[in-house]
Design a protein around this ligand. Sequence first.
Ligand SMILES: [Cu+2]
Length: 494
Amino acid sequence: MKARPLLLLLLLLVTVPASAHVGSPDVYADAQAGPYHLSIVIRPPLVIPGVADIEVRSQSADVQRITVTPVPLTGEGSKHPPVPDAMQQPSNDRSYYTGHLWIMTTGSWQVRFAVSGSHGEHTVSIPLPAAAMATRKMQSSLGTFLAVLGFLLVIGMIGIVGAAAREAKLPPGAAPPSVNRRAARIAMTVATVVLVAGVLLGNVWWNSEAASYSEYIYKPLQMNASLLASNTLHLELHDPGWFSQRRLDDFIPDHDHLMHLYVIRWPQMDTVFHLHPQAADNGQFNLALPDMPAGAYRLYADIVHKNGFPETIVGSITVPAIHGTPLSGDDAAGEGTPVSAAQTSGVNPVFRLPDGYTMVWKSPGKLIAKAPQTFQFDLLDKSARPAADEALYMGMLGHAAFVKTDGSVFAHIHPNGSMAMAALMMANPQSPMQHATQADNMPGMDMPADKLPASVSFPYGFPSAGRYRIFVQMKHGGTVETGIFDAEVAPAAN
Ligand SMILES: [Cu+2]
């Protein structure tokens, strides 16, 4: 038992990073550095300070060199970037680059990509929120091994002290006299007391270190949801305490709204709402609910702080059948089959929308955890032709929410990627990204300005194997359509 405090002393603190989403920390982006088109994955470090792993696939052939630099998103530090690191090309695949960057502190970061090629050098920055999110326990096998080593060290030390007191001054081979034996027993007792005290004090020291570290561990904002009157949803945010000066009144609009609230009937995930509550007092939001079937709902609320740090706040509420106000503005709703009855097989799954349109998921092939993949959805009209009246929905061709059926993953994704759009704008103030239409990404495609493609694609990678539901929203005319698709994701191969 003596060694147990030592084991505690040796426990490793490993952290996982926070992100705008729930359980989906990796950043997937489809970015344009001037004329160069890049597919980017940033995997934030497991510890802060720690190393972020970066993968880039250049979709433009004329790229010769890419460098990466970590820079704070806001504040004085954002004006003094460190020296850039050149990305490596680890294989014969000349379009594939990898890099590693130290992220030294918790906060709102960006990774700046400088791309050189035949069209000169151009940059693009991808926001990266970094925060220690949990303390992970040491593997039990390693813990046992270290505990045994620690125990042997203590026993060995006591033995050495005893031997020194008993035999240090004797000539070789001489038997120790009884006075020496007594001295040795006393020395060993003293050594035992000193060592055990040392181990116990170490444990106290460790616990206080761990306690102060836990202050640094990211604790998402909390949310209480309640029903006011008959159909007003009231949200009250709370800060459970986190080391940074987090505020409840510094939210900035992200694609036109302070809060994007997904309301999903649970566990069947058959009814979904994408709503935009109005800010009331500090940390309070109100929303006039539309018609809603009775049931338990999960709430996922996306907000972005002034420094570009995004958070997804999770809550829940059970409501009776609600007769509310008709959906208006950017608010939208969708309905599908219960997830328990859903099929995930089939190529190019088709989702039939209430107005006779359909949404089709262009099959990406096998879905694998951790792999960057492109999720393309096409909107077809009643005669199965691409919708001629495609419109932007909150400035973009589409919005998607990837939600694991066990509730452990929620990620709100856009055609640009998984970053919060408000943070992306902050990171690239000089060149507002024009991915809204994507038409400019497609060489040789001369799309009239008023005609949008009836197709949207999202770069994303599932964080883990399992079953997911994907809620995809596209707009045509004045109608926001919500397609619901199911995905079975295989474990990452390694
Ligand atoms: Cu969105």
